[in-house]
Design a protein around this ligand. Structure first.
Ligand code: ZN
Length: 379
């Protein structure tokens, strides 16, 4: 999902990307901002719909407001990133999405120190922007003249949407910031794992409630509810896995005695080898050099009558996905599931030192789950 995005700029050394979905949604937001007019929404003036100008001008003002809105989202994310960097985390980038922004915090340990503050500063920044714009709007709202009215409406909208953004993100449900704040506060009393479980349950309950209300009032609320529900589930899974694999590197899990095949082996010979050794994938070595990976699926493409004459070289995948022995096991799992592959080559420089498979990782996870189940846990 992260891959289809464009590099926009760098702020504080952090790459700012825009996701492709954002480019699709931008015109719709520009149209919504340009052509609606909601003069009495909590006293705010939202939208350029009732300005005495042509459609093209409305669209232009709407577009400017839409861009300013996403600048607000960016400031929100930068606030998170700033505290994260201060806490010693590496931010690999900020990506702007349909739903707002996402900061990709690299190497975030499961029990992040300063997580509450890190989560809090985003909504706080949005709220402060909203608050600071309020007096400007109030000063300009009764002035005459087109230019000043446009500025007044834009200020009003930005104030409104920033406060809305703060309010939405403070909802105590994953994946919103409020979910993280709730978990961090709970974790001090009941431990990280139980805090995650409680925060996830609260998030799911809020999602179900929202969906029920949405059923009667608004389809948007249902969509947001689904977003929250999936976010809560994702957080639960991610936390469980990363906790279980905390401190474990690929080196501890990999198979060292790697059985390899030469590129000149036939498909039939390889099938016999698979049957004998009960492995479903092999690195293909040309002497000391790793040149590809061959799996059972690759061979399945060859009709039985050609198995004797088709060489591994022609069937193998030349795209080698590798990790180093020091790669955290959690990252290896993420790579395996995001690339949809069964095994990773473990390379020390350009030397193949092992293989780590999906089943190696899952087995470790299961054992760790049992270990945790028998211990009393952190309190
Ligand atoms: Zn946030």
């Amino acid at each position: 999902m992260m891959r289809v995005s464009l590099r926009l700029a760098r702020v504080m050394g952090i790459p700012i990307n825009i996701h492709i979905s954002f480019l699709f949604i931008l015109p719709f937001i520009a149209i919504a901002f340009g052509f609606t007019a909601l003069p009495d929404l909590f006293g705010y003036h939202i939208g350029f719909g009732d300005l005495p100008v042509g459609d093209l001008e409305k669209l232009f003002f709407g577009l400017v407001a839409a861009i300013l809105f996403f600048v607000s989202v960016l400031i929100h994310e930068l606030a998170h990133s700033y505290v994260a960097v201060r806490n010693g985390y590496v931010i690999s980038g900020i990506t702007l999405f349909v739903f707002g922004g996402v900061s990709e915090i690299e190497k975030q340990p499961p029990q992040a120190p300063g997580e509450a503050l890190m989560a809090f500063v985003g909504p706080a920044a949005s709220f402060i922007i909203g608050l600071l714009l309020l007096p400007i709007w109030l000063a300009l709202r009764n002035e005459n003249g087109l230019a000043i009215t446009v500025v007044a409406i834009t200020t009003s909208m930005m104030s409104f949407y920033n406060i809305l953004l703060a309010g939405f993100n403070i909802i105590p449900a994953f994946p919103m910031d409020g979910g993280r704040i709730l978990r961090a506060l709970l974790a001090r009393r009941i431990g990280f794992m139980r805090a995650t479980k409680v925060a996830v349950a609260v998030g799911k309950a809020i999602a179900v409630f929202m969906a029920m209300v949405g059923f009667f009032y608004s389809i948007w609320l249902i969509l947001i509810a689904i977003f929250i529900y999936l976010g809560a589930r994702e957080e639960e899974r991610g936390t469980t896995i990363s906790m279980a694999l905390e401190g474990i590197t690929v080196e501890a899990l990999m198979t060292r005695e790697v059985s390899t095949v030469p590129p000149t082996m036939t498909a039939r010979q390889l099938l016999d080898k698979m049957l004998a050794e009960k492995h479903l994938g092999y690195p293909v070595m040309d002497g000391e050099r790793l040149i590809g990976v061959i799996t059972l699926e690759d061979i399945q493409r060859v009709p039985a009558e050609f198995q004797d004459v088709t060489l591994v070289e022609r069937l193998m995948s030349r795209q080698i996905v590798s990790v180093s022995p020091t790669t955290p096991a959690f990252e290896a799992i993420q790579t395996i599931s995001s690339r949809r592959i069964g095994r990773l080559m473990v390379m020390d420089g350009d030397r193949l030192v092992g293989i780590v498979s999906r089943s190696d990782l899952l087995r470790t996870l299961e054992i760790k789950a049992i270990e945790r189940g028998t211990s009393t846990g952190r309190t």
